[in-house]
Write a protein that binds this ligand. Sequence first.
Ligand code: KIV
Length: 271
Amino acid sequence: MSTHKEIKKITTHTLQRMKMQGEKIAMLTAYDFSFARIIDNANIDVILVGDSASNVMAGHETTLPVTLEQMIYHASSVIRGVNRCLVVVDLPFGSYQSNSEVALASAIRMMKETGAHAIKLEGGEEVLESVKRIISAGIPVMGHLGLTPQSIYKFGTYNVRAKEDAEANKLRSDAKLLEEAGCFAVVLEKIPALLAKEVTENISIPTIGIGAGKYCDGQVLVMHDMLGINTEFKPRFLRQYLNMFGAVTGAVQQYVKDVKANDFPSDAESY
Ligand code: KIV
């Protein structure tokens, strides 16, 4: 008797095929069971358990404070809500930068303790040895270039990256290195659309853009931003699909009113 469960439908190979067939890849972040269930059920291709959890779940100013243990908690909650999509998890700041042995140990913990399907880490040449070592262990890796938020104190701002030749050339070369190392996809964050187009055409693996224009093979947004749970964050690249802050505020205000007026619960809602 086989003890294997049916394999998840979307795999890294599916994404590769989508790029080859010109089918766009839709990725969103999620951090918990309930939203992962809704998003998976709505036919998303990939859920990213992003280290943006540090911002939107924990209220930190940057992504730096979130820990490996916290990311493991978020990722294992998401995995329990998913039947179909690919789940990629960010390795958080400090869990892979020191050397490739540490990076591999973090990636193995993430895969073993969460059931995630792949990991993502930020950077190009600087993290190449780690990327290769993690992939050699059989763990799929998604790269992340351009505005890499774990380096925000190096950049100093959240402005568009790679507008100048030197940085654009490094990004071109890093994308190639990540492809050659065996990454299955790469996120391009906040770079000029034409640079993203060029990279997308010059590498064989899918590019997933955020603030990188329409020529990428796929797009990713932070769920809290696109659902309008956050109201303050309004960069040009963000399309807000819902005003959830407003909707939830209205519902809570109505509930408070009903309780104060002794209108809830009604007889029909009582035993
Ligand atoms: O952590 C995150 O949400 C991300 C996306 C913005 C790509 O890395």
